[in-house]
Write a protein that binds this ligand. Structure first.
Ligand SMILES: Cc1cc2nc3c(=O)[nH]c(=O)nc-3n(C[C@H](O)[C@H](O)[C@H](O)COP(=O)(O)OP(=O)(O)OC[C@H]3O[C@@H](n4cnc5c(N)ncnc54)[C@H](O)[C@@H]3O)c2cc1C
Length: 397
């Protein structure tokens, strides 16, 4: 695969760089995915700038406002945003539910929801997991019974990221308890989070943040018009969504930014300690991680190209999810080891600037990144998918 940029790609890269210099306010730089929970106004303002340029929904189908960019153009854009430390955009809204509504929504649903996603009127959360249904998602119990033109929803979701700030949830519910296959009795509802009967309770995580929640439904009346993809067709919709979610988790561009931060710590630039690059151990380990990331980048681009030609394989998203999440964790671990005792500092601790700044932030990010091998489908389950799809082609299992 030739990764050398063509003349037109170089021109596009320059166009993106110039746009970022002009459009990105200095105070927005460095606002991370995690900060988006506490500073949603920055994410909204940045998304408005991108929407005005037409670049917020570049990856959507052209009929719904997408730009038909090539995989390389997407890569150039993501890389430039990452280098400029632009705020993250909402994965849940722009990267997940938006494309899903483009694919499965009725014209009325598209006309209502898509503009609200683009102008930031709605923040979305994903209501899939339940206390007894994570890896085995098809066993979910939150039920929706039919009553004229409403579905009446009762049950509980858990680990619902953003539910405390969200205005809408895309939610899997059981609509046919008699279905022979549990997957065949599930529907997807788009639920307005302000409806009576919804209670959101926080769950706090080891990084000290409030990312996710428990959500309780007590006879919540959801109009049937908010069902996405037809009655009992929720599993097909969810499968399409999980593929978007898993492939996004590889997130090579963001991982390269973390690798750059860790390389600076190892070199002593931000840790304030002597450079560890004088010894072979850290140099070799850093180099191995760089090589692994380069390989993952090429794999990601090959999969993006294959997806464009509709030849991506079932297990590609799972492979990228495993490789991307575990590589990110390995990079964080090296950074923490390099920080040594400074890794004990928290970002807002009264400590030397180098310790409470880059080091403290790395530790917080590293603690949250432990979850990346769980969310979006645990890595053990992804390994099962890879084994099943790859071995099936050579061995009957
Ligand atoms: C930070 C974070 C954010 C999340 N955000 C959301 C969200 O917004 N919305 C949402 O719906 N969910 C969310 N989740 C939930 C996530 O999707 C589930 O945690 C995940 O699917 C695993 O389910 P579980 O936690 O019930 O673990 P379980 O399914 O109980 O699994 C426990 C362990 O057993 C292993 N295991 C289970 N079955 C098998 C098997 N057949 N073979 C081998 N090993 C197996 C798993 O790999 C895991 O290690 C989030 C999770 C995290 C950590």
């Amino acid at each position: 695969m030739d990764l050398t940029l063509s003349k037109s790609e170089l021109q596009f890269q320059q166009q993106v760089d110039e746009f970022l210099v002009a459009a990105l306010k200095p105070e927005w730089r460095g606002v991370s995915d995690i900060d988006n929970r506490t500073q949603p106004a920055v994410m909204a303002a940045w998304q408005a700038v991108l929407a005005a340029k037409g670049w917020l929904t570049a990856g959507w189908p052209v009929a719904n406002g997408g730009l038909g960019w090539s995989p390389m153009q997407h890569h150039i854009f993501k890389e430039a945003c990452s280098k400029a430390r632009a705020p993250k955009i909402s994965t849940m809204s722009i990267g997940m539910v938006g494309p899903l509504i483009c694919a499965f929504g009725s014209p009325e649903q598209q006309a209502f929801y898509l503009p609200r996603i683009i102008n930031g009127a709605d923040i979305w959360c994903q209501g899939f997991s339940e206390p007894g249904a994570g890896s085995d998602l098809a066993s979910l119990k939150t039920a929706a019974r039919h009553d004229a033109d409403h579905c009446i929803v009762s049950g509980q979701k858990i680990w619902t990221t953003y539910a405390h700030v969200a205005t809408q949830m895309f939610c899997l519910v059981r609509t046919d308890p008699q279905a022979v296959r549990p997957q065949a009795g599930i529907s997807m509802l788009l639920i307005d989070m302000t409806l009576p009967g919804i209670t959101v309770r926080p769950i706090h995580t080891i990084d000290g943040e409030h990312h996710f929640n428990e959500v309780f439904f007590d006879d919540v009346r959801v109009p049937v018009s908010c069902r996405l993809g037809g009655a009992h067709k929720g599993w097909d919709v969810a499968r399409a969504l999980l593929a978007f979610e898993r492939s996004g988790i590889a997130d090579v561009v963001a991982t390269r930014q973390i690798l750059g931060d860790v390389a600076a710590i190892v070199a002593g630039d931000t840790s304030g300690t002597a450079s560890l690059l004088n010894g072979e151990d850290f140099t070799n380990r850093l180099t191995r991680l760089e090589i692994a990331l380069d390989a993952l980048e090429i794999y990601e681009m090959r999969v993006m190209e294959a997806a464009e030609r509709k030849t991506a394989r079932d297990h590609d998203a799972s492979m990228m999810k495993i490789l991307g999440s575990e590589l990110k964790q390995d990079i964080h671990s090296l950074g923490i080891e390099a920080l040594g005792i400074l890794a004990a500092a928290w970002p807002d601790d009264e400590a030397p600037a180098h310790a409470s700044g880059a080091g403290g932030k790395l530790v917080v990010d590293a603690l949250f990144a432990r979850a990346s091998s769980i969310y979006g489908g645990a890595n053990e389950i992804q390994r099962n998918i890879v084994a099943k799809t790859l071995l099936k082609s050579t061995v009957e299992i």
